[in-house]
Design a protein around this ligand. Sequence first.
Ligand code: GAR
Length: 219
Amino acid sequence: MSGSRRPLAKVGVLLSGRGSNFVALQEAMLAGEVPAEIVLVASNLPSAAGLAKARDYGLPTLGLSHRGMSRQEHEEKLIAALRAAGVGWVCLAGYMRLLSPRFVQAFPQRVLNIHPSLLPSFPGLDAQQQAWDHGVRVSGCTVHLVDEGLDSGPIVVQRVVAIDDARHPDEVAARILAEEHLAYPAALRYLLMQSWRLEGRRVVASSPEAVSKKPEKKP
Ligand code: GAR
């Protein structure tokens, strides 16, 4: 055991729905698989099921409706709350509102999103239905850094899902969701466990040995 412990990264989660990706992240952190802790879970929908799940974990939550506010006003309040909580990384986990450049620039290269398709295919809403309608044989999920476009930032992790024998778009969504729950913790772990940089659109590990230091079993 090494005596020096890596400090835990402080993560803020934004969600709008049931929050299963938030739960996957939280469970991975509790299991010590990701060196981070969630310090705030916020939603633009105060009744989001994901917020109730966060309260069940005893995590600080913020329900901040966007109704009756300009996008800018809403985002300024979100940014202030995230900063007050000491957030260094923001994970979008089914947050169904577009973020302005101002928000992205408030946490440069530290906002992550998960999307239920193999980007750049099927950005935007209902990605699983888009994949079904298009008749693709494989789809999957993508965790990416958020830039100022729609689902367009540099890709960190993708997982592929065969859907050629799926019988309904709901089955496609369920298969992809199971992979999302693996991909999101893996992506955050990847970014936190080593230094990395962007080369154009590519996320490149600067010191890959940092993640391969587990003792190897001798045959
Ligand atoms: C997930 O499938 C996520 O990929 C998707 O919303 C769902 C949220 O589920 N996000 C997007 O489509 C963003 N463009 P969850 O609330 O159970 O995590």
